[in-house]
Design a protein around this ligand. Sequence first.
Ligand SMILES: [Zn+2]
Ligand SMILES: [Zn+2]
Length: 363
Amino acid sequence: MRRIRAALTEAPGAPFTIRDADLEDPRPHEVLVRMTAVGVCHTDLGMRDAWPRHLTPMVFGHEGAGLVEAVGPEVTGLSPGDHVCLTFASCGTCEQCAANHPAYCHAAQALNFSGGREDGTTALSLDGTRLHAGFFGQSSFATHAVVHERGVVKVPSDLPAAIAAPLGCGGQTGAGTVLNRLRPEPGSSLVVLGAGGVGLSALMAALAVGCDPVVAVDPVASRRALAVDLGAEAALAPGDGMVASLRDLTGGGAHHVVETTGRPEMARRAVGALRPRGELALLGLGGEVTFDVMGLLAKGVRVHGVIEGDSDPGRFVPELIGLHRRGLFPIDRLVSTFPFEEIEAAVAAMRDGSVVKPVLTFT
Ligand SMILES: [Zn+2]
Ligand SMILES: [Zn+2]
């Protein structure tokens, strides 16, 4: 047992408050990680607002990076002192895990969103009272976390933690959608709706594999400017002429559209921006979308639902680090750091669009 600091959510939608807490030692297949950085993702905020009251107080956070401090006796391949990034939890044995698609693990709900381990326990408490944790198997808005070994990916010791952190969710979600699922041909066109951390990660991956043109859509001017700076052919505001402009820019419609905003009207308009037999990847969480079926079938549109970029993190995170090192995945361009204590300032900066990917750092 050790004393740690954690950002608690005491009630659904309540702001984060940093408090002391007690963290258990790792179980046989678990790893104790001292956090050096953690990204803030829109899913933390959406889940904080929608989280059931009976699972509070809760610790969110799911883009942790840090150093291994201790390992359980059954852990293989990780040792104290290893630099790691944390990612989502999966069981490792179900049909989807066995096929290297752990984002669709049969136990995903229990392992990531139940407020604890699959058996209902949690490693965190406060003055003897249980705290809910295990968010994406990690709850990394904290100085330390106990994480199942499957959710821990070793990274090079010279990779800055603020770059490692967002790879475990936002980076692999955007880039994985392109590289694992859509697998576009070089020279094919790709449109990204929403130029946040996920959208721009998709954009960088599309450019890395030679998509041309790559176009971004976002209401925030600074994000459009960043998209162009990263190599987008153009970046548009989601105004009235959006679909027509996208069709013009892509020579009659895009081969691929990656929808990251979760806004139903954007998903609907995406179909209009596709060329015949184009592919639409839906990543944004929530909502219901109504499509004109005739429009879909006459065009032969293929729709993908993609979570976590359909990534197998143990294989894919190192691939992203390799792209980063070759200058093809400059995710550092999206990151702004904040001290852990300023988590609410980081949230505000992400919400108002002034920061793409806030990453909290620990001293
Ligand atoms: Zn599984
Ligand atoms: Zn996320």
